[in-house]
Design a protein around this ligand. Sequence first.
Ligand SMILES: *[C@@H]1O[C@H](CO)[C@@H](O)[C@H](O)[C@H]1NC(C)=O
Ligand SMILES: *[C@@H]1O[C@H](CO)[C@@H](O)[C@H](O)[C@H]1NC(C)=O
Length: 598
Amino acid sequence: MHFAQAVAVAALVLSGVSDAVAVNPLPAPRSISWGKSGPLYLAPFVRYSGTRDQNLQEAWRRTFNTIVKLRWTPAVPDVPFPTFDPFPTPKAKRDDIGYRNSIGQVNVKVEDTKAKLSHGVDESYTLEIKDGSSSIDITAKTVWGALHAFTTLQQIVIADEQSGRLSVEHPVMIKDQPLYPIRGIMVDSARNFISVDKIKEQLDAMSLSKMNVLHWHLTDTQSWPIEIKKYPQMTKDAYSRRMTYTHGDVKDVIGYARARGIRVIPETDTPGHSSSGWKQIDPDLVSCANSWWSNDDWPKHTGVEPNPGQLDPAYDKTYEVIENIYGELSDLFEDEMYHIGGDELQPNCYNFSSHVTKWLAEDASRTFNDLLQSYVDRLFPALKKRNDRRLIAWEDIFTSEQMHAKKVPKDTIMQSWNKGLENLKLLTSNGFDVIVSSADFFYLDCGNGGWVTNDPRYNIMENPDSKTPNFNYLGDGGSWCAPYKTWQRIYDYDFTDGLNDEEKKHILGGISPLWSEQVDDVIISSKFWPRAAALAELFWSGNKDDKGQKRTTQMSNRILNFREYLVANGVGAAPLQPRYCLQHPHHCDLFLNQTAIV
Ligand SMILES: *[C@@H]1O[C@H](CO)[C@@H](O)[C@H](O)[C@H]1NC(C)=O
Ligand SMILES: *[C@@H]1O[C@H](CO)[C@@H](O)[C@H](O)[C@H]1NC(C)=O
């Protein structure tokens, strides 16, 4: 211990100041070490110095303004467990500590300001406040790493409870970088429309939790909200003229996201989940659009939810139209990846197509799998030729028992949502790169009951003591993927279990989908947040500590605090527990044993 530290410690002992301001940001950094020299105060203005870059300097202005505006105090007190002390000693004033210095500068050094916001770009950073320093030192390989340093910093600078002055515990050294290159959420803007403002609110929360991919499920059977200049008639199938996105809106979202280090990957779902929009161009593009979806007569069902509709793989014009839309949107969205959908194809739907019926009749050996194979073989190379992007598809295109292609180009990224670990193994062992979206863990829309109407299953008068409560069809809570996925369910998912080292390399990251059948602007933020933050940390620094012990119990304090921080930042995140629990850390744990989760 050198002299300065000794003085500081002495001052701390005299004034009874604890190191309670050493708050832990979310996601937990890969490495963070706090000294105990006590808080340093922030000067009224903290000057940016170092690497000149417009994006960075704007981000710093935003960060500093937020720090000053919020004057944040952690919501969860940092107290040891168990305390059960009804009259905790009030914290001492921090005014009379040894340091007079205040922080007046942030030094940012970025090696490569030209690095594009692209898949696998270096997102590492270091953040250091040296003992007694008057500056915060940030280094990063790229702008995108430095942005993460800012969102860490804004969570560890807090307002002193008594004086209200902004301070940060120090010295502190943080070395940080993500475990996985894809960490994101999926917004569905087709089942219900989501406004640009609400999408930006999600981007705010994503940047605070260091997520870097917005997967935008733009279209589905129910509506077509995205403007296509080549086919302006498609937005006749938006819910209203206002419930559309112009190219300008998209650029606005992309710019807002990029400023926060977030890529926007568009998805136009094809060939399944396709009716609205397409049928305005040519009704023959869409099979079974006018059928009854037949969930009540399952052998005949044409869709898994109303309204049915699938693009016709046996109709030549289908390819021309998909290619044109892909060309226009992949230009507009710019990202190196493009999601072509590919989920939940229903063979019965194609019985309504004269083109398919004819195609099948031409050769008695042809099956529905062959039909999808012909689609993949024709479409994928054509898209690549048109506008070279890495294609993402829902895994169904390869794994579905109902209809799948046997051969899918190996550079296709598979987004896995079925059968948890089993499908992750299947896909990675087949050499595919995979995005983890396992429904049993990551689907944020589950557990709201069924949303289809005219449902007699609700009209059953059961004895409340019955072992089969009447709301219990199709799993607890009455939706196909019930129950509701809690943040703990998300955080505890050991998605690489059972994978060998080679297979593990194929996991690119995770995306939490929120299908919007029962979601619109009113509740989208409370559905995503703070639960998505559990996924953010899972893919940033993992769910285990240095010793390999699951740290869900510690995460509970972080996520409770982070929820309050989101709300302070204008994100309508849902409460997770009675406020009592965040004011009394761990008093609401199920087990007294703090290592009960292994
Ligand atoms: C659709 O066509 C297939 C193949 O011809 C047939 O096996 C299936 O029963 C048909 N489905 C319906 C609902 O008619
Ligand atoms: C706490 O729980 C873990 C996991 O079940 C167990 O291994 C450990 O022995 C428990 N500790 C105590 C003190 O009961």
